[in-house]
Design a protein around this ligand. Structure first.
Ligand code: NAD
Length: 246
């Protein structure tokens, strides 16, 4: 398959190496640092699918430009999902396909499903105080991480005692109906997420820790193989519904 990389930073390069391992051809690299900035037929090099890992402020325009160019997209950039409706309109109007995920690691997706099961069970045990902690490298721009937000949304769906999530503690005591998400930005870590259940007598933690970026890249390349020729907007969860049966 012919792939275009939109964003040739840490993730773009990780995707390139996994794509080459899997026998794909990288026909275009679009990144201002390479002096190839514009997305269009001339710069996409006949790509079947584009894989977009850039920065939150440009992702929406990039997705619209890829749709207008008739190229399917895998979008890993985080921090733009409040504009998903606008993006879906552009993709559906163009008749192209798109898979987006705040975390393309297949292991994280297993972790999200385990977190949902844990929250369903913890719903019956109100004495457990549920919270999220996440840590990433110091260069990451957005916080909480897109994965922590996905995790928070899942926990709120399953826990009747939590109504919303917040990344900031109030000046008064924490609100029992709020799920608190704490972020740490330090060093060069690839990323960790913890769902903590703090009980009166014990503590349960579900933890996912990424060791390298290759896990995200492998999921993104698998999504590129899956989306080719499909129309519409999908999440990685839609793709994995075929793999995980519960
Ligand atoms: P990075 O800073 O290493 O790379 C971003 C690249 O985007 C840079 O090279 C920058 O020059 C380029 N860029 C900026 N504007 C651009 C534009 N208009 N067009 C094309 N390229 C442009 O960052 P990274 O670690 O590669 O992460 C990129 C994004 O992916 C971030 O939002 C990060 O949070 C997210 N991310 C998602 C996953 C996932 O699995 N979904 C995993 C890791 C990182």
């Amino acid at each position: 398959m012919k792939l275009a990389l939109v964003g040739y930073g840490k993730m773009g390069r990780a995707v390139e190496s996994v794509a080459m391992e899997r026998g794909h051809e990288v026909v275009a690299r679009i990144d201002p640092t390479l002096d190839t900035r514009e997305i269009g037929a001339a710069t996409l090099g006949g790509a079947d699918v584009a894989i977009e890992f850039t920065v939150p402020g440009v992702a929406v325009d990039n997705i619209a430009a890829l749709a207008a160019a008739g190229v399917d997209a895998v979008v890993g950039t985080t921090g733009w999902h409040e504009r998903l409706d606008e993006v879906a309109t552009a993709v559906n109007a163009a008749g192209t396909g798109m898979v987006h995920a705040t975390n393309f690691s297949l292991g994280v997706n297993l972790f999200l499903r385990l977190a949902r099961m844990a929250a369903k069970m913890a719903d019956a045990l109100s004495e457990y105080d549920v919270h999220i902690r996440e840590a990433h490298h110091r260069h990451k721009i957005d916080h909480p991480s897109g994965t922590a937000i996905t995790l928070a949304d899942i926990l709120i769906e399953e826990l009747a005692r939590k109504e919303s999530w917040s990344a900031t503690l109030p000046d008064s005591a924490p609100h029992p109906q709020v799920l608190y998400v704490a972020s740490e930005r330090v060093g060069e870590t690839a990323g960790s997420h913890i769902v903590g259940l703090e009980g009166p007598d014990d503590r349960i933690e579900l933890r996912h820790e990424a060791r390298t970026r290759a896990g995200f890249a492998r999921g993104a390349v698998a999504a590129a193989e899956w989306i080719r020729g499909r129309s519409g907007v999908f999440t990685l969860d839609d793709m994995l519904a075929e793999t995980f049966t519960s």
